[in-house]
Every structure is written in structure tokens, then in C-alpha cells.
Design a protein around this ligand. Structure first.
Ligand SMILES: Cc1cc2nc3c(=O)[nH]c(=O)nc-3n(C[C@H](O)[C@H](O)[C@H](O)COP(=O)(O)OP(=O)(O)OC[C@H]3O[C@@H](n4cnc5c(N)ncnc54)[C@H](O)[C@@H]3O)c2cc1C
Ligand code: SF4
Length: 541
């Protein structure tokens, strides 16, 4: 089906130099709390917005409540690192474990559009093997659905974002709807170094418009993708799914923090959600609830929704909520070149390789990693250098040398482990709710993967001609915490995102992923949500 006939968002944006269809927002349908709507969605990010758009199109009475604002790129975003702090979810969280994961800019967003507002824009698919790592490699978990079942939804979302890139030779080989972007200095370094070593690297795949798409303009290569693209060239649900949802009668309720999911103690069915907006506590009734608050907030909300019927937390009778939370190991390697690279002069996502994605029998670890250009702006570059231990005059020298540096990032498939989980901490947030405590520890396989990715990245930069390379260890992305499984003893939801415990409660965000591959997760999250929405809209549940 023609993409516009399925999702008209890009054509609903203004064509007059502004970025937001204010009429659509002003005329948006507004439900009363007392209306028993068909579906209330918690969170309007990658997973929540796809549900909203698909079910609004199917004629459902549907509303998405998001804790953050309804962004207007013209007035709310700036092309400036320091000025973009308000895009992140910075509410307090407790981190623990032997390898704690810092929270904030690098792994969470707040507001309509979710974390994709300031995500980088890489949109690779998972490989078929990601859906059966236990069977294929004896580690991780098998999904209760297979890659071929998800393929049609990958194809739909790739058209709707839309994705630009070279034909992809890895996983299930496929092409992209838009041709690859031209590359900047950092991409050239990666292609040169990889070429010298015989490593295949490709341009893309990125959800950045290459050419015009509806009323969305072409990328202008200024490199502020991680600050929220003011141009509307980079895809986020704010522009790819929300406009079409509004045009089809959905409501988006911003600045509405959901505090609890209410369940009828007699029937065990969800009744709606308690939320706080403008300092007032309210309750939205609904026939069905979908939670899409991202991997930390989704399990936290379930745990905070304990009741007499679910004393250990909603859907937590088998102690599965919050478990198997995953982050990817993301070592970052920078190389210095005599010639200027000026890595900031392009979108950070440019070139990547998945040549090391699958298990290599010759190695002492299972699964693999991908490598991508990352191109930090100056503040993030200062963090990289400082993390290396440089301070004072040495830090100043590295900073003034910024234009000579190139930077690559690895994404390592750290394995899902039950002890890596969210629980509730003793501390409370400004709503009086216990905050999330996220405990994370690596295993030997994880550490071996990070070492291997570092070694390949350093090799590529040296082969490209770097005279100095420096690597720091970091994390990227969050998935899992309410995973899908065959039964309630191994997960929280079934293959369609329906919770085992509450028949009219769905989870439709990254929390449901049982494994993470070494691919960036947003496309897969959207594809899984599109599949769940299709299932619901077709009346199959
Ligand atoms: C810096 C950065 C770079 C990234 N780069 C990439 C990339 O290049 N490619 C890629 O694929 N992925 C990338 N990601 C990850 C990607 O953005 C996320 O995986 C994806 O957005 C997660 O989707 P989600 O639906 O689970 O949650 P989100 O998109 O984060 O949406 C969750 C929404 O729920 C809201 N919310 C949470 N709790 C509540 C509550 N109680 N009540 C109401 N609302 C609530 C939040 O405000 C938020 O808007 C990046 C992320 C970051 C932060
Ligand atoms: S580089 Fe392109 S996609 Fe990134 S912020 Fe600029 S215009 Fe947007």
C-alpha cells in the first residue's frame, strides 16, 4: 500500500517554513476522564505513538498520556548541546550493581515523541538470529515470534520514517526506500579504514530524509540530530506518527504523568489510569490500557501499581517484572588525523558495519557487535577526553584539536540476565512515588565483546591513518524489563504484547524485547508495536 494512504503525517506538517501543524493540535479531539475510551496509552514515544496512530486509523477512541511536553521544534529546541538538557528524563533514579548504568541524556527522553526526539537516527533491523539466540548460540533467549513474522512491519515502518541507506547485506538482506546520504569527514575515515582492512561497511541505515518526503525537507547536514532536529528531516514520532493520529481523532495529552494502573479487584481487568496533570490527580477510564513508558519507567509503573490482587506489583506474580533489562556495551574510540575531519559537519549516524554481528566460532565469546560513526559535539567530546583522564591543560589541548578527530562507536550485544533488573527504591519522586532502582552487572561474555569491539575500532582508525587513538567505555540504549515469552513463568507479555496477568493490559514499548542484538532498537520497537496494533485492530485478541 502507498505510504501516504497508510500514514499521512509528513503531508500534514506545514509547508511554510514552520515545523508544527498548530491547527491539528488546536482542533484535537479531547476525551473526558469519565469517557470509557477504547484504549489509553501511557507514553507517546516510539512504541506508544505507533499504537496511537494505527488504532486511531482503525476508528478506536484512543488517547496517549505523556509525562512530558508536546514539543514545538520552532520554539522548544535549540541547535546547541547545553541548551538541550530539557529533552531528557532526569527524574531521580537509583543505580546499582557491579557495573552501574548512568541514566539521563544517553538513554532516555521525556515528552511527545519519546526518546526518538533526541535519538541519533540509526534504524537497522534485527537479524533473524536475534529471535532465537538460545537455540542458535545457547545464550540469551528465544522470542515467541520469529523474524519473518516481523518483516512486513519492518518494511512498513521503514517507509513511514522513511529510512535511507545502501542495500543491506547482513541479516535478512534488504534495500531501503531512500538512497544513501552523502558522507562527511567521519564517514570517509570509517570507509577508508574499513576498506584497507577488508571489512565491509555501508552508508546508513538512517531515518533521515534524503530528498523531500511530504512536507518534510531534506537534511541540511548541520549535525544536531541528538539535540532534536529543528529541520524535521530526522524522524521522530512527533512528526512521523502523531500528526496522522490526531487527524484520525486520537488525543495526545501532554504533561500528564501516569502514577498507577487501576485494576478491578473482582474481575482482574484494567479499568484505566491514575495520572497527575497541572498539580491535580485525575483518572482516565478505558476499556484497555497499553503501557509504553520505556524500559525503566514501564516496569516501575507496574511495580507501583501493586494492589490487593497483585501485592508484588501488577503482572508480577512470577517475579518477572523489571528483570532481563539490557543495555548495549558502547565503547567509543576516537582517532586523530593530521588533516581536518570536522566530524560535526554531518549527521552523527552515517556509516556502519554489521560484519561482526553474528557468533564467530573462532572467538571465545558468543554473539557480536556492530560499529557506527558517532561524531560527538564539543561537550560530549570533552566528556570523552575527560573520561580518558585528561584534565586541565591536556583537556584544553584536546578540545582545541577537536576538528582533527574522528569517532566510532561500538554496540555490543550484552546478554539478558535475570539479576539485571528494576525494583523500587526507598526514595520517592516529586509525585511521592518510589523511584526506580536499576541494578546492572556485566558477565564475562559482555566484557569480551567490548574488548573485541574496541580492538576492531582501533584497528580501523589506525588503518585510516590515525596517529593516536583513545577509547572510553560507555553504554547505549535500554530494552527489556517486561519481556515477551511463551508463558508467565518466563516473561510478562505474550507474543502480541498482551500481559499474561491482565487480559486488557498491553505493553508496547522496548520493555518487551527478550534480546537486543547489536542493532539500535527503535525500528524494532516500532515494528513490534505496529504488529500488536494490527492484531488488535483486526479484532484478533
Ligand atoms: C541519545 C540517544 C540516542 C539514541 N540513538 C538511537 C538510534 O540511533 N537508533 C535507535 O534505534 N535508537 C536510538 N536510541 C534509543 C531509542 O530512542 C529508544 O530505544 C526508543 O525511543 C524507545 O522507545 P520506547 O517506546 O520504549 O520509549 P520512548 O520512546 O522513550 O517513549 C517513552 C515515553 O513515555 C513517557 N513516559 C514514561 N513514563 C511515563 C508515565 N508514567 N506517564 C506518562 N508518560 C510516561 C516518556 O515521557 C516518553 O515520552 C537513542 C536513545 C537516546 C537517548
Ligand atoms: S544533520 Fe540533518 S537530521 Fe541531523 S539535525 Fe541536522 S538537518 Fe536534522
Amino acid at each position: 500500500m502507498n505510504v501516504r494512504a497508510r500514514n499521512e503525517s509528513a503531508w500534514l506538517l506545514p509547508n511554510d517554513g514552520t515545523r508544527t501543524n498548530h491547527r491539528l493540535r488546536r482542533d484535537m479531539r479531547q476525551f473526558a476522564d469519565s469517557d470509557e475510551i477504547d484504549l489509553v496509552i501511557v507514553g507517546c514515544g516510539a512504541g506508544g505513538s505507533v499504537m496511537l496512530q494505527r488504532l486511531a486509523r482503525a476508528g478506536w477512541r484512543v488517547a496517549a498520556l505523556d509525562a512530558g511536553p508536546f514539543w514545538d521544534p520552532d520554539t522548544d529546541w535549540v541547535s546547541d548541546e547545553a541548551g538541550s538538557h530539557h529533552l531528557y528524563w532526569t527524574d531521580p533514579r537509583v543505580i546499582a550493581g557491579s557495573d552501574p548504568v548512568p541514566m539521563g541524556s544517553n538513554n532516555s527522553g521525556r515528552g511527545v515523541g519519546g526518546s526518538m526526539v533526541h535519538y541519533a537516527g540509526y534504524t537497522p533491523r534485527f537479524h533473524p538470529s536475534d529471535f532465537a539466540t538460545n537455540t542458535v548460540d545457547g545464550v540469551g533467549a528465544d522470542w515467541p515470534l520469529s523474524y519473518p513474522e516481523l518483516r512486513p512491519y519492518y518494511e512498513q515502518i521503514e517507509q513511514e520514517l522513511p529510512v535511507a541507506g545502501e542495500r543491506w547485506p547482513w541479516g535478512d538482506p534488504h534495500g531501503y526506500p531512500y538512497r544513501p546520504h552523502p558522507v562527511g569527514g567521519n564517514g570517509e575515515v570509517f570507509l577508508r579504514g574499513a576498506g584497507k582492512l577488508g571489512i565491509t561497511a555501508k552508508v546508513g541505515p538512517v531515518a533521515i530524509v534524503n530528498g523531500r518526503f511530504g512536507n518534510r525537507p531534506h537534511c541540511i547536514y548541520r549535525g544536531f540530530c541528538l539535540q532534536g532536529c529543528k529541520v524535521n528531516a530526522k524522524a521522530s514520532p512527533l512528526i512521523t506518527h502523531v500528526p496522522d493520529a490526531l487527524a484520525h481523532g486520537a488525543e495526545v495529552r501532554p504533561d500528564a504523568m501516569v502514577t498507577q494502573i487501576a485494576v478491578d479487584s473482582r474481575t482482574g481487568r484494567a479499568l484505566g489510569v491514575h495520572y497527575v496533570t497541572g498539580g491535580r490527580e485525575r483518572f482516565q477510564r478505558a476499556r484497555m490500557v497499553a503501557v509504553a513508558g520505556y524500559s525503566i519507567e514501564t516496569p516501575r509503573l507496574l511495580l507501583n501499581s501493586a494492589s490487593s490482587r497483585f501485592p508484588e506489583g501488577l503482572c508480577n506474580d512470577f517475579d518477572q517484572v523489571g528483570r532481563y533489562l539490557m543495555v548495549q556495551g558502547a565503547p567509543q574510540t576516537a582517532g586523530r588525523f593530521d588533516a581536518e575531519v570536522r566530524m560535526y559537519k554531518a549527521p552523527p549516524p552515517e556509516v556502519s558495519t554489521e560484519a561482526f554481528y553474528e557468533t564467530d566460532a573462532a572467538k571465545d565469546y558468543k554473539r557480536g557487535f556492530s560499529i557506527q560513526t558517532v561524531s560527538p559535539l564539543p561537550i560530549t567530546w570533552a566528556e570523552h577526553v575527560a573520561a580518558q583522564g585528561h584534565w586541565g591543560p591536556a583537556l584544553r589541548e584536546y578540545m582545541s584539536d577537536y576538528v582533527h578527530w574522528s569517532c566510532l562507536g561500538g554496540l555490543c550485544e550484552f546478554l539478558p540476565r535475570p539479576e539485571n533488573r528494576v525494583t523500587l527504591a526507598g526514595e520517592k519522586d516529586s509525585y511521592g512515588l518510589p523511584v526506580a532502582r536499576f541494578s546492572y552487572s556485566q558477565c564475562d561474555n559482555d566484557r569480551a565483546l567490548a574488548r573485541a569491539a574496541q580492538s576492531v575500532m582501533e584497528g580501523i582508525l589506525h588503518a585510516a591513518g590515525a596517529d593516536e587513538v583513545i577509547t572510553i567505555q560507555r553504554y547505549a540504549h535500554l530494552v527489556g524489563g517486561a519481556r515477551m515469552a511463551e508463558d508467565e513463568q518466563h516473561g510478562v507479555v505474550d507474543r502480541y504484547g498482551r500481559s499474561f496477568a491482565v487480559p486488557n493490559l498491553y505493553i508496547t514499548d522496548g520493555s518487551v524485547l527478550p534480546t537486543q542484538g547489536s542493532a539500535n532498537p527503535a525500528l524494532t520497537i516500532m515494528a513490534v508495536a505496529a504488529r500488536t496494533a494490527h492484531h488488535l485492530a483486526a479484532g484478533l485478541s
